[in-house]
Design a binder for this molecule. Structure first.
Ligand SMILES: [Zn+2]
Ligand SMILES: [Zn+2]
Length: 407
């Protein structure tokens, strides 16, 4: 993807601010330097080629620190925010001493998490380091396979610079509310879109209401966890994740945490050790019940990308299919952008231009009536759009079906 493509799709999606991602990569950095220009004194950037575009950019990157602690390898992803191309370049100058920056958009660094934070905060106190997708089993702060049990274990004395946590696609706010130790942190949601499929932009997002869109305002809102300005996050259902429940793929065994415990975390079919899911990892670290709601929380909405909903209804296997976009585009043309379709458009108005089953599906997702069969042991969760949602009725041995079986 390039800036022109991202700007075009961000506008369709309804995004006003997008992270550039990957500013540490030399090639992408020079493209950013060529394509972007600062929007007056906001420390945010806009497209040089399309000054009329309302989309603004924040310089962001993601890096991976790998280092041993007590003989175990810790692999942690971190998101970095920085206010300018100059500070971005200064960060890269420091990080390249710890690993090759041109090997990958998300470079692997031979340094500890506190070392990383220290270096980045030395460049500017306007920089921000945010632990990335904190519950994914691999490469995250609380990851079951190579993470830590507390934020302090990971960032040590540099924890004082950490203000926010990225919940990622694998967790949502209610899952994180269960740990009282996370109360002081702001939960943010980003899409982590490193792929070249533009429809992966904005699967998750943060909705802020600011007097003026500037880097400082965004940073201040996040650092202060200000509910006046931070309205809500947009989440996809974490059950879609490949490691939501605990299970064993070969035996088609998928279990919620309590069930897995009953079997001693061993597969009831073959006896092998089960692969621990995110839900169980949270259960292990949580000190509050599953339905706990904090006082005055920043809200959230569970949505699904419109292209994914349409793909499921028309029964094609590929989101890029022409058929999908022949339904998608008229909806955008009528309602302005995708979030408006997903959050506000009425069924009656939508039914005037698309099949009523599409309109019905959008409403079902909005009202959280669509059922998701949780993912486990590397198997993605599945959307069952028109199946009635029933809590706690999950089968312990799901039969894997194609999406079309649920239509
Ligand atoms: Zn990552
Ligand atoms: Zn098994």
């Amino acid at each position: 993807m390039n800036i022109t493509e991202i700007s075009r799709f961000a506008k369709i999606k309804g995004l006003g601010l997008v992270g550039t991602g990957d500013f540490t990569h030399p090639k992408w950095f020079s493209e950013l330097a060529n394509e972007l220009t600062e929007d007056s004194d906001t420390s945010l950037y806009c497209s040089k080629a399309h000054p009329e575009s309302p989309v603004r950019y924040m310089l962001t990157a993601e890096v991976c620190t790998i280092y041993p602690v007590d003989g175990k390898s810790k692999k942690i992803h971190h998101v970095i925010f920085t206010p300018s191309l100059e500070t971005a370049a200064q960060i890269s100058d420091r990080l390249e001493k710890h690993g090759s920056l041109d090997a990958d958009g998300r470079p692997i660094l031979d340094m500890t998490s506190p070392q990383l934070v220290e270096e980045i905060m030395q460049v500017s106190d306007q920089n921000e380091v945010i632990p990335a997708h904190i519950w994914t089993p691999w490469f995250s702060l609380f990851g079951a396979f190579s993470g830590f049990d507390t934020i302090e274990d990971c960032y040590q004395d540099m924890t004082r610079h950490i203000h926010a946590l990225e919940t990622g696609l694998s967790s949502d706010p209610p899952m994180n509310w269960r740990l009282s130790s996370l109360d002081r942190f702001t939960l943010i949601s980003n899409s982590d879109c490193h792929s070249h499929w533009p429809w992966r932009i904005g699967r998750e997002a943060n909705v802020l209401e600011l007097d003026r869109l500037t880097y400082t305002e965004v940073l201040d809102t996040i650092r202060k966890k200000d509910p006046e300005r931070f309205k809500f996050t947009i989440e996809t259902n974490p059950a879609y994740g490949k490691y939501h429940w605990t299970g064993h793929r070969k035996c088609n065994v998928s279990l919620p945490p309590q069930e897995a415990k009953k079997y001693g975390n061993h597969c009831p079919v073959c006896g092998r050790k089960l692969t621990r899911g995110v839900d169980q990892r949270i259960e292990e670290l949580a000190d509050r019940p599953a339905d706990y709601v904090p006082e005055n929380p920043i809200g959230y909405k569970r949505l699904l990308p419109l292209s994914e909903i349409i793909t499921a209804v028309v029964g094609v296997s590929y989101q890029g299919a022409k058929k999908v976009w022949s339904i998608y585009n008229p909806l955008i043309a009528k309602f302005g952008d995708e979030y408006t379709v997903l959050i506000d458009a009425s069924k009656e108005e939508m039914s005037k231009i698309v099949d009523s089953r599409i309109a019905e599906a959008i409403i079902r997702v909005r009202e959280e009536k669509a059922k998701v069969i949780p993912g486990y042991d590397g198997v993605y969760g599945q959307l069952a759009l028109f199946e009635e949602k029933q809590e706690d009725s999950a089968p312990s041995k799901p039969k894997q079906k194609s999406m079309a079986d649920f239509m």
